[in-house]
Design a protein around this ligand. Structure first.
Ligand code: NAI
Length: 466
């Protein structure tokens, strides 16, 4: 007879839920982790971060072979795309990850429970799988059920012509024309993938800029680079309706009062995600939500119902896998009487285009609106020796430091492997570094992170290499 009594029931096995489950098990709790999908890992591992990065890495190789190798003195013959092989590799990367979590659950004696979890009371969860229902009881329940793509009412997903990121990760042929609504991380990353493979990509964005939330100047630079790569943008524009036209679609676009039509084979709607709490029973047991449909929690991640906690995409804050992970760890550590903590000022954010755009801390606009006096230091990758060796000189580092204390407020990087370089920036901010601290830290030469050191020097107008 299977155990039905647990110290902690985690609902959802995405990066928030599975990491929280492991940390709770490390702290001595008996943990069950309920997952509705057949594989563990949630959106991130199955239909999000990991498959998209696998395709981004593959298509970067393809683009480099097409456009980047000649500069290195390497000539290649005619290139051929083997899309099924590229997709199969991506699927293998995902499978390795999902199997890895099964192994981690075994190692930590966590019971994975497959089925749809529904709260019956504050400590009882019914898990339905096919026709069978198993009832689990737990001292505490942690909701980590993540998010799903937002659907536009007049452009409902049909999975073939009007698609979400999930389908955009497994198209069987390169669309001739791909229209994307929304210039956020998903629109730009998946737009990059299919643009590199030969699709004509047009991105329409409601606002007057791409990647809202990121530093405006850096976003403008990224837009210019992506345009050079062939992606097209229409800002302050949205799509209203779509009608079948042959095997594709005719989409009506609206820009500041005037309408136009655009033909495409596939329409990718990437206008954000919403917390996924459908059928969870959270409202019914008394869990409170905010006006944007997110579960309300206190600083211990406790909901309004004693014993029920929530983390990740279902609560406020950026919908990022690593933010959910940190919250999961902090939540269970506090349940165990420890001092869990998430420093939201030092959560990095990356858009995995090429070059990548990465940031941590405040943008220039945020510092201005918070009326914090600041100094700015910038350094272009063109002046970085390693970037020149790599022939990857696009982009720059921008650092904001408090004008009075010199404490670093924000770091923004557009450049090759910015996703890796930003780690140093996040650590520096976590430790409360000043620009001077970074400027005086030895950086291996020649490396891309030297651009960070130079931007820190630039805060005090003493860059060496420019
Ligand atoms: P997003 O919120 O990042 O971007 C959506 C974009 O669509 C915004 O620029 C918004 O202004 C625009 N938009 C909204 N309604 C529109 C309309 N009707 N017409 C035209 N434009 C419209 O959302 P996205 O890209 O769908 O990603 C969803 C979530 O997943 C985000 O929270 C994102 O941070 C996360 N994510 C993170 C990734 C990363 O960290 N690299 C990768 C992919 C997703």
């Amino acid at each position: 007879m299977k155990d039905t009594n647990f110290d902690l029931i985690v609902l959802g096995a995405g990066p928030g839920g599975y990491v929280a489950a492991i940390r709770a098990a490390q702290l001595g709790m008996r943990v069950a982790c309920v997952e509705k999908d057949p594989t563990l890992g949630g959106t991130c591992l199955n239909v999000g971060c990991i498959p998209s990065k696998a395709l981004l890495d593959s298509t970067e190789h393809y683009a480099t072979a097409q456009h980047g190798l000649a500069a290195h003195g390497i000539k290649v013959g005619a290139l051929e795309l083997d899309l099924p092989a590229m997709m199969a590799r991506k699927d293998k990367v995902v499978k390795l990850g999902t199997q890895g979590i099964i192994g981690l659950f075994k190692k930590n004696k966590i019971e994975p429970v497959t089925g749809y979890g529904r709260l019956r009371s504050r400590n009882t969860v019914d898990v339905t799988n096919g026709g069978a229902t198993r009832t689990l009881t737990g001292q505490r329940v942690l909701i980590a059920t993540g998010s799903v793509p937002i659907q536009l009412p007049d452009l409902p997903f049909d999975g073939k012509r009007i698609i979400s990121s999930t389908e955009a990760l497994c198209m069987r042929a390169v669309p001739r024309r791909l229209l994307i609504i929304g210039a956020g991380a998903i629109g730009l990353e998946l737009g990059s993938v299919w643009n590199r493979l030969g699709a004509e990509v047009l991105v329409v964005e409601l606002l007057d800029r791409i990647v809202p939330g990121m530093d405006r100047k850096m976003a403008g630079l990224l837009q210019r680079v992506l345009q050079k790569q062939g992606m097209k943008f229409q800002l302050q524009t949205t799509a209203r309706t779509a009608a079948r036209a042959g095997s594709g679609l005719q989409v009506t676009l609206e820009a500041r009062g005037s309408t136009s039509t655009e033909e495409c084979d596939v329409l990718l709607v990437a206008v954000g995600r919403r917390p996924f709490v459908d059928g969870l029973g959270a409202r019914e047991v008394g869990v409170a939500f905010d006006d944007r449909g997110r579960i309300t929690v206190d600083r211990r991640y406790a909901t309004t119902v004693p014993g029920i906690y929530a983390i990740g995409d279902v609560i406020a804050g950026p919908m990022l896998a690593h933010k959910a992970e940190e919250e999961g760890v902090a939540a269970v550590e506090m349940m165990a009487g420890q001092a869990g903590h998430v420093n939201y000022d030092a959560v990095p954010n990356v858009v995995y285009t090429w070059p990548e755009l990465a940031s941590v801390g405040l943008s220039e606009e945020q510092a201005q609106s918070q009326e914090i006096p600041f100094k700015v230091g910038t350094f272009p990758f063109l002046a970085n020796a390693r970037a020149r060796c790599m022939n990857e000189t696009e982009g720059m580092v921008k650092m904001l430091a408090d004008a009075k204390t010199d404490r670093v407020l924000g770091i923004h990087i557009l450049g090759a492997r910015a996703s890796d370089v930003i780690a140093e920036a996040a650590i520096a901010m976590e430790f409360g570094a000043s620009a001077e601290d970074i400027a005086r830290s030895a950086h291996a030469h020649p490396t891309l992170p030297e651009a960070l050191k130079e931007a820190a020097l630039a805060v005090h107008q003493r860059s060496i290499n420019i």
